[in-house]
Design a binder for this molecule. Structure first.
Ligand SMILES: Cc1ncc(COP(=O)(O)O)c(C=O)c1O
Length: 424
């Protein structure tokens, strides 16, 4: 049995995985051309680069209308505002997501209601959505997280029955499809982050796909300081400047040229990973829903049974990183974030309704189990390194499993010694 790199042995992989973001001379030329044009910013909205980027984005993802913005958080705030969701309204969000999914409706004045996840997908559980609906509920934000998609059939049925807006958070799902239909085009809105680690990036940026022209015009008005758009003759609302710049949009067009080949490589290697992980003791491959027809992902998530595997996930993730495999623990259960406790949340809505921010009293067993004890996340780069990239990750995981007892004992000691540079 070879010694774990975490315990002084040789790592499985010494060659770095491919860097991100990917770039070449096309990016440099595209940015240079915008700089030479003298039209750098996003005003007047949309500029020629922004329009060309949005057209190409819709071509890739599907949908008819889209608005470009500064990131994939304000996209969701703007969706709420464009749909007239605001003060005191409730928006149902999943317990396994980045804080932005809850912070965005709060920025619009709404109250996030955190619902549990399906332990097979990590995405919002439709039964939990149904149970969370009150007379104040206005919207649901399903998040397509970690190589999975939320059950959009069930969510749209609930939304239709209760007359709710659906905002798909697609920060992890550029290119993904459900029954052949692009993520973000099934609900009323699809929110995409283009932040630098995301699989389609403009450095920072966001795209909001809108189901109707009217919603898109309202969203454009919100991001363009309230200026009227489309058929409007007056500002839709008090807006702000959330416009994407022309430089970002130029980068986005080049990124879209590369995207199909990158997404295909990840998808093929994701299937290969499913297969390769399936007989590692203590590992559970999350099942594929056959309605999720194109899998495109930012992080690949699998689960361990810590007792059967022989070590806790913190120790496993640490050991995998030492073996040269980019690994993360993913999101903690969101109802446990300090951030959303009213005393620490400086947004007016949390102060105004402290009784509706008692997230500390929630019990969400799916998220508490998966997001605290079972899930482990591989970085997308593992899937852009060909079969060898996946083989190395799986060899590393097997090696960790074979040495799990020794690893856990050492890890417990490091934690007891207060070692803080575990970088998890
Ligand atoms: C699930 C999810 N939603 C929203 C966001 C917010 O995107 P941004 O960083 O572009 O604001 C992110 C990532 O950053 C995310 O992972």
């Amino acid at each position: 049995m070879s010694t774990l790199a975490a315990l002084g042995g040789d790592p499985v992989r010494t060659e770095p995985y491919p860097p991100w973001p990917d770039f070449d001379d096309r990016d440099v030329e595209a940015v240079t051309a915008v700089i030479r044009s003298g039209r750098w910013g996003g005003f007047p909205y949309p500029g020629p680069q922004t329009q060309a980027f949005l057209d190409a984005f819709l071509e890739m993802q599907g949908g008819n209308y889209a608005v470009a913005m500064v990131n994939g958080t304000v996209t969701m705030e703007v969706a709420c505002r464009a749909a007239g969701i605001g003060w005191g309204d409730e928006v149902i969000v999943p317990a396994c997501t980045f804080q932005a999914t809850a912070a965005a409706p709060m920025a619009a004045g709404a109250i996030p209601v955190i619902a549990d996840i399906d332990p097979d997908t990590l995405c919002i559980d439709p039964k939990a959505v149904e149970a969370a609906i009150t007379e104040r509920t206005r919207a649901i934000i399903p998040v397509h997280v970690g190589a999975q998609m939320a059950d959009m059939d069930a969510i749209m049925a609930i939304a239709e029955a209760h007359d709710l807006i659906v905002i798909e958070d697609c920060a992890h799902a550029h290119g993904a499809k459900w029954r052949g239909q692009g993520a973000g085009t099934i609900g009323h809105f699809g929110s995409f982050s283009l932040q630098s680690s995301k699989i389609l990036t403009t450095g920072e940026g966001g795209v909001l796909i809108c189901r109707t022209k009217e919603l898109a015009d309202r969203a454009a008005s919100v991001v363009d300081c309230g200026r009227p758009h489309g058929a409007m003759t007056e500002p839709f609302t008090i807006g702000t400047n959330y416009r994407m710049t022309e430089i970002q949009a130029a980068l986005g067009q080049v990124a879209l040229e590369r995207f199909p080949a990158q997404a295909k490589a990840r998808e093929t290697m994701g299937d290969y990973m499913d297969e390769a992980l399936s007989d590692v003791p203590g590992v559970r491959v999350l099942p594929r829903d056959e309605r999720h027809t194109t899998r495109s992902f930012y992080r690949y998530v699998f689960a361990i049974d810590p007792a059967e595997f022989g070590a806790q996930r913190e120790a496993v993730a640490y050991a995998l990183i030492q073996e040269g495999v980019p690994t993360e623990l993913g999101y903690p259960p969101m109802h446990m974030y300090d951030l959303f406790q009213p005393a620490l949340t400086h947004l007016p809505v949390a102060r105004a309704f402290p009784e509706r921010f008692r997230f500390d009293e929630l019990s969400l067993p799916g998220a508490e189990r998966l997001c605290r004890y079972e899930s482990i996340w591989f970085d997308e780069t593992v899937f852009r390194a060909g079969p060898q990239g996946v083989d190395d990750a799986v060899t590393a995981l097997r090696k960790v499993q074979e040495n799990a007892g020794e690893l856990q004992a050492a890890f417990d000691q490091w934690v007891a010694d207060g070692m803080e540079d575990l970088d998890l």
